[in-house]
Every structure is written in C-alpha cells, then in structure tokens.
Design a protein around this ligand. Structure first.
Ligand code: MG
Length: 384
C-alpha cells in the first residue's frame, strides 16, 4: 500500500455516526450501499450516448460504470492505492445523471434556471452527491446512504464556485471546500476521473462503429486509434471487421492503463506524498505520460465532431431535450402528476412542488420511464 493511499481505518467518517461493521471496512461498506441503491439499478436504463432502446449491446450508464471500476481497480492495484475506494467512487460517479445523457442534463439545467435564476441550475456531479446524501430513502435513521467523507469527495468531481460556496456554508468541513481553495482530491478520486475518460473514449469508439455512425477508416485518421490499429494488423494481417476493432480497442485500453500507471508512479516518486493530505495539497498526481496526454484531445475532438454531434445523434438529442423540458413544465403546473406513472418511484412524505423537487424527480428517471411519462402527460410520443 502506498503511504499516500486512502485508508478506511483513517476515514474522516460519516455524517451520521455508525458503529463499525464486523466484516467489512468502511469503503467496502460504501460500495455495498451503492450497489444496493435504487439509483444504481436505474443506471441500466440510462443512456450513455445511444438511447437505451436503440440496441441491446450499446453501453448504458451501468455498464459504463462497471468498465470505469475495472480500469480504476487495475491501475490502483499496480500503484498500491485503495482498490475498494476506487471501485466505490467508480460505481457511484454517474448516479446523478439524468435520462438521455448530456442532452437531458442540459435541458434540466436550462429549465431550472428559467424557474429560478438563483437556484444554481443542474450539475450532474452535484446531483450524484445529492443522491447519496439526500435522495436515496433506505435507512430508518437518515436520508441518503450516509457514505464516508472520502467517497463523497470522489463523487463531487467538479463543482462551480457558487455551488461550492453554498455547500461549504452548509457543511464547513465537507468535500466542496477544495473548489474554493484549490486543493486536489485523493489519489483514488483523481484516478477515477482518468479511468472514466479512458473508458468512455474506448467504448464510444466501439458503440460508434456498431451503430454504423463511425467507420474504422474514419477512425484511422486519429493517431491514438491508428497506432494500435496498425500494430494489430502487423501482428495479425488476416484480421478484419469487428475482431480487428476489438483487438485495436483492447490494445488502446491496455496501453492507456500502463501509461497512467507508469506516469503516476513516476510522479509519486518525484513528489513523494506521505499521506492523503499531502496529495490534497500537491499538484494533480494521477496523470497520463506526455505522449499519451497529447493524443487524447484529438480523439475527443473526433468523437465530439463525428459521433456526439452526428446528425442522427443530434436528432435524438433534440427530442430528448423536448421531453425533459415538457416534463418539467407539466409537473410544475400540476404537482399532483408527480409519481403518476408508478407510486413506488415517489419518495414518501415530501411535498413536491418546487422546481428543485421536480428536477430531482426527472433526474432519477430512466430513459424509457421519461418517454412514457411524457406521453402520458402530453399525449405525444416523441420516440418510436
Ligand atoms: Mg462517467
């Protein structure tokens, strides 16, 4: 174990004190709470890039989160970081995502700010924290899952300064303070951030080709892809089609995992942090090597231009935004409609009439539930 790795026995604790578990450490306990949460199960029906019903083999937020956890665990093991904590943060990192991926989030942000320009809008990282801190209703004694400070620090990956000020006022020693004084999160949190990027770059290539929106020929214009494609073909000249694609992506993933391990190990030797708090006071430590770091942005740009903004994806995005906007308006006009599609989905005992409560409700929806609710409330079906 690296001296700067997070250690469950030294946790800053939970917001509601709980006795230690006889069999599991504090981070393992957090992970188990996340796996059993309602928000986690819903990830299986939430979009990553493609709508959930577009095909059975596309990534959803659930499979994405599992891939992030696998990548983060591999790197954590090689660096002597806490594997339980990286698994926990990875599995929780997308819990606050709306239905329909970024389209849903943008629309929800827009309507919330129209409702109240001072409300802070919608931020998915903050929403992930709200899910585990407040919105899950599983315990008799408290709202939320009552996770450790370290897991919550990892979940709050980004946060605007205005939001950080508000969070810090409510919880002076909470995980938002670092956005005001420029500190870094734990090594495990930094690692999950990079693992997220490695995972989605690789699987969006796979899903993009599977969908027919991207071709391998197009991808060969991207240096990061071309390099591993060429290496795969050099070793297996007969390889073509899907297996060539998989062989290329597999090599790309491995190379990035080893690259982060090596570059981060070098940074750890150079900076020699002796505790997690040394890490928080340092510059960012978990990193790609310089060469790999240079190859990331062109791949991202390619995916943005060719896939995320592909006319077919755009079409879906436009309709998804309309669904979210109209749902928000319908519930705000008539709060009695909240939960109309299934009483079990409505957290008990809360008056649901503010924009924030409506947003929490919509953010929790799966793609298909949002589509059904929209049809029920407007009489129009925007997705076949
Ligand atoms: Mg993610």
């Amino acid at each position: 174990m690296h001296a700067a790795a997070s250690r469950p026995e030294l946790t800053r604790g939970r917001r509601h004190a709980q006795a230690a578990d006889p069999a599991r450490n504090e981070f393992q306990r957090d992970r188990d709470r996340i796996v059993h949460s309602t928000a986690f199960r819903r990830l299986v029906y939430k979009t990553q890039v493609f709508l959930n019903h577009e095909g059975d083999l596309f990534r959803t937020r659930l499979t994405h989160s599992l891939e992030v956890a696998q990548i983060a665990r591999s790197i954590a093991r090689s660096l002597g970081l806490n594997e339980d904590l990286v698994e926990t943060i990875s599995l929780a990192h997308d819990l606050g995502h709306t239905p329909f991926g970024h389209a849903g989030q943008d629309a929800l942000n827009e309507v919330l700010l129209q409702w109240d320009p001072a409300c802070g809008g919608f931020e998915h990282n903050l929403q992930s924290l709200r899910v585990v801190d407040e919105l899950e209703e599983r315990y008799a004694d408290f709202d939320g899952l009552n996770l450790t400070w370290e897991t919550r620090e990892g979940i709050l990956k980004h946060c605007s300064r205005a939001t950080a000020r508000r969070l810090q006022a409510a919880e002076p020693d909470g995980p938002a303070g670092r956005f005001l004084d420029g500190r870094q999160p734990s090594l495990e949190a930094q690692l999950c951030n990079l693992a997220d990027e490695i995972a989605y770059n690789a699987h969006d290539i796979d899903d993009g080709v599977r969908s027919g929106l991207l071709t391998m020929e197009q991808l060969c214009a991207v240096p990061m892809f071309e390099r591993f494609h060429a290496a795969a073909r050099a070793q297996h000249p007969q390889l073509a089609g899907r297996r060539l694609l998989y062989e290329t992506i597999r090599r790309m993933l491995s190379a990035q995992i080893y690259d982060v391990s090596d570059a981060t190990a070098a940074a750890l030797r150079e900076l020699a942090p002796a505790s997690p708090d040394d890490v928080r006071a340092s510059r960012p430590i978990v990193r790609f090597g310089d060469d790999m770091a240079r190859q990331g942005p062109p791949l991202k740009k390619f995916l943005r231009d060719q896939l995320y903004r592909h006319p077919q994806v755009d079409e879906m995005t436009t309709r998804a935004r309309q669904v979210v906007r109209e749902l928000f308006g319908a519930y705000l006009d008539d709060p009695s409609q909240l939960g109309g599609g299934g009483a079990a989905d409505v957290p008990s005992g809360r008056a649901r009439s503010t924009g924030r409560e409506v947003a929490d409700y919509i953010a929790g929806m799966t793609d298909r539930f949002a589509i059904r609710e929209h049809e029920r409330l407007t009489g129009r079906r925007l997705f076949a």
